[in-house]
Write a protein that binds this ligand. Structure first.
Ligand code: NAD
Length: 364
């Protein structure tokens, strides 16, 4: 297979973790007899510095010509004084999500027993580790609804965000949850606030109908967001596939990442409605964390999230399951053998970002 990838490292630790991930991707594809062509482009703060905007035209053009995007992360103190609409994250990731209809964010939350010591949760609460996937709707809800701020009589000020969902939007993300649950333990938990929100009432109805019609063999459960946030800390091992709307998913998937140890281990896939040249979903693959300015430039970042994002890309956008698994196994092996960056070292001597990448490469 020939794979064409746009590589967008972004800011702060973005280029460091990307430099560790690319050799892993190149090697696994070379071994599998595939050909990879990739080109690297500035995005976020790097885009602003190079071209005056967070998503420069040549970067967007490269994404349009590719089968998938391997993304680092964007933003940081250097650009935080810019107006909100010009902020690196908002002005690059949101338009990319819109442009490529990236409606499904798939985040695995995996904590093998061997890594239980890296979780802030007491080991007796996670006797079997954690193996869940959070599926978050990514292009609807509060973040994309109409917004306004206006001055009121008497000097008060009113700001409005609008939460909008359509049946068709809920159906297509439910289909992603169904496909994911089928390859796993077969349980979907819909997280919502149906006791308060009208959109949640629609979510419950549409998801229940869709699962009953398309996948009656799956078990569907409902949980209010406030309870879900508690359950994720109390008994994280109980979850299989968690399906939820945009804002709840934003918060819950970060909580999941922390419960699973370190943001530095958490990969994510944002899948589009449009197929790539190989008939698979076009997708954007990135670490769940941000640019970690506190450790940038010190060879301290954990590159595993970026490496595992590349594995997700091979799985979802190219159907290369064996290659994806080979990368995941190499990461598991390196970590289980005690090669760990500071965020997951737990008292052991830590290795740097480059050495961690090399350790994974050697175990492929
Ligand atoms: P962050 O995720 O960058 O950092 C939170 C904590 O996690 C920090 O202590 C950091 O050192 C640690 N961490 C994150 N990734 C790590 C890794 N790979 N290895 C080791 N430790 C890691 O969140 P923040 O500090 O809130 O945000 C910093 C910047 O990143 C902000 O400008 C924010 O807007 C941006 N951000 C970007 C994205 C994105 O590009 N998708 C996502 C979140 C935040």
């Amino acid at each position: 297979m020939d794979l064409k990838i746009a590589v967008l490292p972004g800011d702060y630790i973005g280029p460091e973790v990307m430099a560790a991930a690319l050799p892993v991707l190149e090697q696994v594809l070379r071994k599998g007899g595939h050909s990879l062509s990739h080109s690297t482009h500035p995005v976020g703060g790097a885009g602003i510095d190079a071209h005056g905007k967070a998503l420069p035209d040549p970067t967007l053009a490269a994404c349009q010509a590719a089968d998938a995007i391997l993304f680092g992360s964007v933003g940081g103190p250097k650009w935080e004084k810019l107006p909100p609409q010009e902020q690196p994250e908002r002005a690059s990731l949101l338009p990319l999500r819109k442009r490529f209809s990236l409606f499904a964010n798939v985040r695995p939350g995996l904590l093998p027993k061997t890594l239980a010591d890296t979780s802030p949760i007491r080991p007796e609460r996670i006797p079997d580790g954690i193996d869940m996937v959070c599926i978050r709707e990514l292009t609807g809800g509060l973040y994309f609804g109409a917004k306004s701020t206006r001055d009121l009589e008497g000097g008060d000020v009113e700001a409005i965000d609008t939460m909008v969902y359509r049946k068709s939007e809920i159906e297509r993300i439910t289909d992603v949850a169904i496909a994911t649950a089928r390859g796993r333990r077969g349980r979907i938990t819909l997280v919502d606030k149906a006791n308060v929100l009208q959109t949640s009432v629609l979510w419950r109805k549409v998801v229940a109908e869709r699962v009953a019609a398309k996948a009656p063999e799956l078990k569907l459960e409902f949980l209010y967001i406030d309870n879900a946030a508690m359950q994720l800390v109390l008994r994280p091992g109980q979850f299989d596939v968690v399906l939820t709307e945009n804002m709840f998913g934003d918060i819950l998937s970060d909580e999941m990442a922390v419960v699973c140890g370190s943001l530095g281990m958490m990969a994510s896939a944002s899948l589009g409605a449009v197929a790539n040249r190989h008939g698979r979903p076009f997708g954007l693959y990135e670490p769940s964390g941000g640019t970690a300015p506190d450790i940038a430039g010190q060879d301290k970042a954990n590159p595993c999230a970026q490496i595992l994002s590349a594995a997700l890309m091979l799985r979802h956008s190219f159907g290369l399951e064996d290659e994806a698994r080979a990368i995941e196994r190499a990461v598991d092996r390196a970590v289980a053998e005690g090669v760990r960056t500071a965020d997951i070292a737990g008292g052991r001597t830590a290795v740097g970002c480059a050495a961690m990448g090399k350790a994974v490469l050697e175990r492929l």
